[in-house]
Design a binder for this molecule. Sequence first.
Ligand SMILES: *Cc1c(COP(=O)(O)O)cnc(C)c1O
Length: 422
Amino acid sequence: MAAPQWQTESARHLWRPYTQMKTAPPPLPVVGAEGVHLTLADGRRLVDGVSSWWTACHGHRHPHIMAAVRDQLDRLPHVMLGGIVHPMAATLATRLARLCPGDLDHVFFSESGSVSVEVAMKAALQWWQHRGEAGRTRFVAFAGGYHGDTLATMSVCDPEEGMHRRFAGAIAQQVIAPVPRTLAERARVQALLDAHQDTLAGVILEPLVQGAGGMRFHDVDTLRWLRRETEARGLLLIFDEIMTGFGRLGHTLACEAAGVVPDLLTLSKALTGGTLPLAATVARTAVFESFWHDDPERALMHGPTYMGNALACAAAHASLDLFDQEPRLQQARAIEAQLAAGLAPLARHEGVVDVRWRGALGVVQLAGPADRDAWVAHAAARGVWLRPFNDVVYTAPPLVIDADSLQAIVDTIATGLGAGLR
Ligand SMILES: *Cc1c(COP(=O)(O)O)cnc(C)c1O
């Protein structure tokens, strides 16, 4: 396929993410999307096997979301949130407060997942300042974790997979611990919590599945244990549900599956159903009330320009309507059953060290780094869009995917392994 002119012209103007642009194959030119499909410039259609970085939970261009955004565009696309309030941000905050468990009732909007994590970290630092313990500035984060690409969020990513080495000296030193699954790991986490007890502000984890750090799983017991340990020590527990939220694992939120209420929760990715950038940091009442004070210095010190963007909030409302009106969680569970049947047999392939699935997420872990370019080409030739990372070939399809399209994804992974792709 010849690249369209707009693509060749922009080849050095458009700076692409995580890409050695000199040697990488050109990106796929996508000119449209509908339902589970992406449309390429030459008219071919690919099943979006990763929901465009796990955002398009209702498929692309769902008519209900499109209509809500169009309607909002006619009314009020955007207005600053400093000193001004508009109904879309206000009602979405109320709705998210109702949706989140316990007294996670206070919603701060931003425009990207990384920023929502930064806001959670800053809120935790300020919480300790309010208590006269400004020296508590560090976080316990976990091996295999991923919380974003900004300088502060990089510091709480996995130190090996993440970018710690490259930016050593520029990013904060956090306390990196193993995810406390086993007794030995729990003892190790306790020892770290003890050793750093005077400097810790909180603990941050992606509940149930760590996403971009390697798609590693843990269970509800780990979350309950961590909740008990942090509570006993008065540490704030932050759950980053940017990947796990909104049905990906078969629950509205992963923390609900565990019956655990963190002190701070971050949401983004599928919040707008894959249409517009929006993120939220949700705090429990005790955290919020620590800022509720006569002293102006105790305000939460953050305020992104596009926070609470009205178009994005309208999209989020419409996306939440769809969760209310359509059986998304059942669909996630049906996907899980099909992934279980399709992926389990792949464990026998040489070079595969593990296969696992949870909700609408299926993972094949290889013995070494995946040959990403070869996998992308293999999948695209079969009408599927996949993008492995590190040693992981995975699918996180739109929750609305039909059985045949999901089978096409599973078959693509199977034939890739069968053909010796690693
Ligand atoms: C994607 C992701 C982020 C970062 O979100 P951006 O919108 O890319 O800044 C943070 N945490 C988790 C768990 C994510 O999956």
